[in-house]
Design a binder for this molecule. Structure first.
Ligand SMILES: Nc1ncnc2c1ncn2[C@@H]1O[C@H](COP(=O)(O)OP(=O)(O)OP(=O)(O)O)[C@@H](O)[C@H]1O
Ligand SMILES: [Mg+2]
Length: 421
């Protein structure tokens, strides 16, 4: 039986049995049993004998060290032992009154027995508890129990949380494509079931992503033929202004189809990362912008090298810089080193993005409002493509609105060190 429930039960039973056996053995050696009738009867007999001898020859007893006083001891009574002692005295047929008080040291007592003349004989009593040295054993016993239970608890907890660990590892292994890596289906029943469920989820996700990709690619591709036909037909429109409008719309449709195909290519495309000077790449893109009649300038560009596919990286950064230069009116780009990461900031002073829509900005085909769309053509795929590329090279991308206005896109990449390859 490899079930987790069975294992936990076995472990707990083993733990309890182990601790009980350990504590019983230790208690047997380290602790004395409570004062028994045997012990108190022997002591009662000894005391009775002593009292009788004292009564016979009091002066000899006093000179031998016997303590005789007119009253019993007035210290705090050891009630439990006092009851045992008086019962024991009765059992051996002694008519004497007795009191028992706590002694000076732990595990000692002071017994007072009344003599025939009314005085009291005081006798210290020892051997009621563990003799010196037994405390060390007791301490060892306690340490053993604590260490023993700690080991078992850690062992049990590790065993119990294995499926959770498995899920955690699987989540940590999610790549930039959002897919889980395959998990070995071994171990106990629950572990196997968890691994199987995660693997099934991963397969479904992969299938869904692939079908989405196929759909986007097919749509992008299939649009091309009707678009060409429409372009041919548009040639025959007599009204010049009307014809121009048709061509502009067809152009936009064409660019949407193009971007869709590009997005699919980025998501499924393999690329060869190499060392790229991030500052130089940014500089090139910024210089390109003036040819496109867009406003972009570079701020401080620290010399930084990262690992990426240069073409894909340029595509990603270009999309972001064009966005800042178009939607945001003018772009300012900087690069700086923060810890061991290269941080690119693309800032503009445009209208920014409404806060409730910031979370959707990386979704394919997301564009803000219709009024803006008219002014700036686009497919709504630039950000999605950029994110795809950046995350493929272990980078991250976030956006936030600036105050008083504008948008800031922050892209970070791990810096390429000499050891990275
Ligand atoms: N810097 C910016 N300032 C304001 N809005 C922005 C900015 N960058 C992006 N946006 C908004 O986010 C939307 C999505 O951007 P994205 O780059 O994905 O698509 P696009 O620019 O519309 O089209 P294209 O696919 O041609 O890039 C844009 O339509 C725009 O509304
Ligand atoms: Mg764009």
């Amino acid at each position: 039986m490899k079930s987790l429930v069975f294992r936990i039960a076995t472990l707990l039973v083993a733990a309890i049995v182990f601790v009980v056996i350990l504590s019983t053995v230790a208690a047997f050696f380290a602790l004395r049993p409570p004062i028994s009738n045997d012990f108190s009867s022997v002591e009662a007999r000894k005391l009775e004998l002593l009292a009788t001898l004292v009564e016979k020859d009091r002066s000899a007893a006093v000179s031998a060290g016997a303590i005789i006083r007119p009253q019993p001891s007035d210290r705090e009574a050891d009630t439990e032992f006092a009851t045992i002692m008086s019962e024991s005295l009765k059992r051996i047929g002694s008519p004497r009154a007795s009191t028992v008080v706590h002694g000076d040291e732990p595990w000692t007592a002071l017994v007072s027995l009344q003599l025939a003349d009314g005085d009291w004989l005081h006798t210290p009593l020892r051997g009621l508890g563990p003799p010196p040295g037994e405390w060390k054993r007791l301490l060892t016993w306690l340490v053993l129990i604590i260490v023993g239970s700690a080991f078992i608890a850690v062992f049990a907890a590790t065993k119990i949380t294995r499926p959770l660990q498995l899920i955690e590892n699987a989540m940590a292994g999610v790549g930039s494509d959002g897919l889980l890596s395959h998990i070995p289906e071994t171990g106990n029943r629950e572990l196997r079931a968890t691994a199987q469920a995660l693997n099934r989820l991963s397969t479904r996700l992969r299938a869904a992503t692939e079908s989405r990709m196929r759909l986007v690619a097919a749509a992008g591709h299939d649009l091309r033929t009707p678009l060409t036909r429409m372009r041919l037909r548009a040639e025959f429109i007599k009204d010049k202004a009307e014809r121009a409008k048709w061509f502009a719309d067809l152009e936009e449709l064409d660019s949407i189809a193009d971007s869709a195909i590009r997005l699919v290519r980025e998501e499924v495309g393999a690329s060869k990362p190499e060392r790229v000077r991030l500052d130089a790449a940014i500089q090139r893109i910024v210089n390109e912008m003036s040819a496109l009649k867009l406003t972009a300038e570079q701020g401080h560009l620290e010399t930084m090298t990262i690992f990426a596919d240069p073409l894909a990286l340029t595509r990603a950064l270009r999309n972001l810089i064009i966005n800042a230069a178009t939607h945001g009116e003018a772009a300012v780009v900087t690069v700086e080193r923060q810890a061991d990461r290269a941080v690119v900031r693309i800032k503009d002073s445009g209208p920014g993005v409404p806060t409730d829509l910031l979370g959707q900005i990386f979704e394919p085909f997301f564009r803000i409002d219709i009024a803006r769309r008219k002014a700036i053509p686009g497919a709504g795929l630039g950000m999605a493509i950029a994110k795809e590329i950046i995350e493929r090279f272990n980078g991250s991308i976030t956006v936030r609105n600036r105050t008083p206005r504008g948008l800031e896109v922050i892209v970070t990449f791990p810096e390429a060190t000499d050891e990275t390859s």
